[in-house]
Write a protein that binds this ligand. Structure first.
Ligand SMILES: CC(C)[C@H](C(=O)O)[C@@H](O)C(=O)O
Ligand code: SF4
Length: 413
């Protein structure tokens, strides 16, 4: 009796794979970005293999457009590699944050096994596949071999039941799961989400949850495929296979969560598992940030725009909205969301990882406070070591931008 993840590893390795086994598995895709790609390329070049170009996806995003000469060198290196070997390549203006692009462009689909040289590769479990973050040199080896060794993960089953309250989204649910199990609490496990609550969550919300399993140290995440999954991949790919757990599959543990008890929440500095109901937090803020592979999608920007419509943000606050991809950007423009945000006094930028990791375009200065839709609020994550980051859903971030302090959307009249 197996979990879906054990079955996927079995099929991809041609073995009867069980949790704890070591297998060598065939990957459907390997993804690198502008930070991890250059190291992967060096490792690949050392091997002297031919590249498996149709399985390699190159997506520059972290420091793109290049912020300085060094990032221009990194970017050029991945671009030259991609063009030379005719790999999949999403350049500036056609791509976005790597995980969003992997989802949008049909690389993620049920039953696939994908490796990405970026820790938030876990995101694609939202589409019922196994996707794992790997090191850059490992990615370079996969460029040439299409294979990698894995220890098949055990599964922590997270059973979430009940209807979420108004204003509670995937972000609030995963923050509360993290607060329950702790950072690193599912180290090397698959976090599989199940239960009646999942029916209320669209793929965007599931992606937010899958994305932050990385903060629990999980190897991967998994959601069962349903109608929403199939709707999402329609017109993207028809190559998929649905796997489900056997009824008596073995789990390392089962965690029950009642979603109806969850409040809109914030993770307070300096850890994503340090979670409070938003009603209990009211710190003043300098920056409000909506973006990233966690919550920078069109649904997120729509929700923020609904709060910001005909309002002005506080004079002490800069609000930055950075779409997770060019597709999201274009859609926001079409729907008039950009006007709503800029009319409110917000700044709407092109897609990049940028400020999410304290890279550029929104770096925090000493003592500054930011409320952000991103996934990490460790010391110095978005800038100076004395800056502070609170994590929340896009509605809470938009409401806070208006109020000048951390605020609940209910406070906005
Ligand atoms: C720079 C990159 C390798 C890193 C990661 O792996 O997660 C980044 O995306 C992050 O979110 O911190
Ligand atoms: S948006 Fe942030 S979390 Fe996501 S890949 Fe980029 S830096 Fe990492």
């Amino acid at each position: 009796m197996k979990t879906a993840v054990e079955k996927i590893f079995s099929d991809k390795s041609g073995n009867d794979a069980r949790a704890g086994d070591y297998v060598i598995a065939n990957l459907d895709y390997v993804m690198v970005n502008d930070i991890t790609g250059p190291i992967a390329i060096d490792a690949f070049n050392e091997l002297g293999y031919k590249p498996l170009s149709d399985r390699i996806v190159v997506i520059p995003d972290h420091f793109v457009p290049p912020k300085d000469i060094n990032s221009a060198i990194q970017y050029k290196k991945v671009k030259d590699f991609a063009l030379k070997h005719n790999t999949h390549f999403y350049d500036l203006g056609r791509g976005g944050v790597c995980h969003q692009v992997m989802m949008e462009k049909g690389f993620a689909a049920p039953g696939r096994l994908i490796a990405g040289a970026d820790s938030h590769t876990n995101t694609y479990g939202a589409l019922s596949c196994v996707s794992v973050g790997i090191g850059s040199t490992e990615a370079g080896v996969i460029f040439g071999t299409g294979r990698m060794w894995f220890k098949v993960p055990e599964t922590d089953l997270i059973r979430i039941n009940g209807r979420p309250k108004k204003g509670v989204y995937g972000k609030d649910i995963i923050l509360n799961v993290l607060s329950r199990i702790g950072n690193g609490g599912s180290a090397y496990k698959c976090m599989e989400f199940t239960g009646s609550t999942i029916d209320y969550l669209d793929i965007n919300e599931r992606m937010t949850m899958a994305n932050m399993t990385t903060e629990a140290g999980a190897k991967c995440s998994f959601f069962n495929a349903d109608e929403k999954t199939l709707d999402y991949i329609r017109n993207k790919t028809d190559d998929y296979k649905i796997y489900k757990d056997d009824e008596n599959a073995e789990y390392s543990r089962i965690i029950d969560i009642d979603a109806s008890e969850i409040e809109p929440s914030v993770a307070i500095p300096n850890s994503p598992d340090n979670v409070r109901p938003v009603s209990k937090v009211s710190e003043r803020i300098d920056q409000a940030y909506i973006g990233s592979c966690t919550n920078g999608r069109i649904e997120d920007i729509r929700r923020a725009a609904l709060i910001l419509k005909d309002k002005k943000i506080d004079k002490n606050v800069r609000l930055m909205v950075v779409p997770a991809s060019q597709e999201v950007y274009n859609q926001a423009l079409k729907e008039g969301l950009v006007d709503i945000i800029t009319d409110a006094g917000g700044y709407f930028a092109g897609t990049t990882c940028g400020a999410c990791l304290g890279g550029y375009m929104g770096v925090l200065g000493p003592g500054e406070t930011c409320i952000s839709t991103t996934n990490r609020n460790f010391i110095g994550r978005m800038g100076d070591r004395t800056s502070r980051v609170y994590l929340a859903n896009p509605e809470v971030v938009a409401a806070s931008a208006i109020m000048g302090r951390i605020a609940s959307p209910e406070e906005i009249q």
